[in-house]
Write a protein that binds this ligand. Structure first.
Ligand SMILES: NCc1[nH]cc(CCC(=O)O)c1CC(=O)O
Length: 313
């Protein structure tokens, strides 16, 4: 068992303030307490309002991308105001400052998207309005259903469900993991990875700490899930090779398959008309294979797809 620091509370965990972020931070705190035999309250949650939560009316890709989710927490972590920060790994930029490290990646929850408002992609009514601001979800939908109209849908999970209920769209997508963590696991229909791949790292919670903070690194390592780490780091290696940004429609899933990892990935043009897919099988920890898959996808992609990759984050 790791040493419990003298002062109480022992660990200050920074988190965004949205209900989903708070649920993820509580789950992280519970796991830390269970792993180390700490009393409740040994982990203090420190909520901050992230820039990404302040601007709700425009797609994230337009207003500055994933950095808007981590900016405030990064500043607090760098300054020592918090010991670690909890993120949805899919919202964390691929290239992070050297001063931070992924101290723990928790066991991945359901990786799938869920469709709300229709029983399947095929069952969405002809010409329906579908709310999403994720380039991946928009492109995947339009690839399968070019008759649909995509409208911007931002805000936290409850906001998006309310927008759907009020008729702003006929259907929308939400991550199964997020719904589950909010106690809404029965909402909508899960889309199986066979025909609808999720976002890189979807369903995984990441806990970042300062790279030079050996004490916190040791504490966090107790809740790290090695199999999840291998999968999501491979997905992020693919992302890195693609030079993908939050404008880039990338769908990928890496899963344990016997004693190896199996990855399937697809990249799209913004309008979903073009799609290039590929797959690879490799050993856990091999990041060259997913990078090679990324380069291979780009080499085979159309100009309309390639225009969305290799850009600035
Ligand atoms: N883009 C926002 C976001 N970031 C993480 C989740 C859910 C949790 C996860 O996927 O890990 C969500 C909501 C959603 O996409 O529906």
């Amino acid at each position: 068992m790791a040493d419990i620091p003298r002062n109480h509370p022992v660990l200050r965990l920074g988190t965004r303030q949205s209900p989903l972020a708070m649920a993820q931070a509580r789950e992280t705190a519970n796991r830390l307490c269970a792993a180390h035999g700490w009393a409740e309250g040994a982990v203090e949650l420190v909520p901050v309002v992230a820039s990404g939560d302040k601007i709700q009316d425009r797609p994230l890709a337009e207003i500055g991308g994933k950095a808007l989710w981590t900016k405030e927490l990064d500043a607090w972590l760098a300054a020592g105001e918090i010991d670690a920060s909890v993120h949805s790994l899919k919202d964390v930029e691929t290239l992070r400052p050297e001063q931070f490290t992924l101290g723990a990646i928790l066991e991945r929850a359901d990786r799938r998207d869920r469709l709300l408002g229709a029983a399947s992609i095929r069952a969405i009514p002809q010409g329906a309005v579908v709310g999403t601001s994720a380039p991946r979800r928009a492109a995947q939908l339009l690839h399968a259903r070019p008759d649909c109209k995509v409208v911007t849908f931002r805000g936290n999970v409850a906001t998006r469900m309310a927008k759907l209920a009020s008729g702003e769209a006929d259907a929308t997508f939400l991550a199964a993991a997020g719904l589950e963590r909010l106690g809404e696991s029965g909402v909508g229909t899960p889309l199986d990875a066979q025909d609808w791949l999720p976002a890189p790292s979807q369903g995984a919670i990441a806990v970042e700490c300062r790279s030079d903070d050996q004490e916190v690194r040791a504490l966090l390592s107790a809740i790290d899930h090695a199999a999840t780490r291998a999968e999501v780091l491979a997905e992020r290696a693919l992302l890195e090779a693609l030079g993908g940004t939050c404008h880039s429609p990338i769908a990928v899933l890496c899963e344990q398959d016997g004693d190896a990892l199996a990855m399937r990935a697809a990249i799209y043009s913004a309008d979903g008309a073009d799609r290039t897919e590929g797959e690879a099988r490799f050993a856990a920890g091999d990041l060259d294979a997913p990078r090679a898959l990324g380069r291979d996808l780009l080499a085979r992609a159309t100009p309309a797809i390639r225009a969305l990759f290799g850009g600035e984050p």
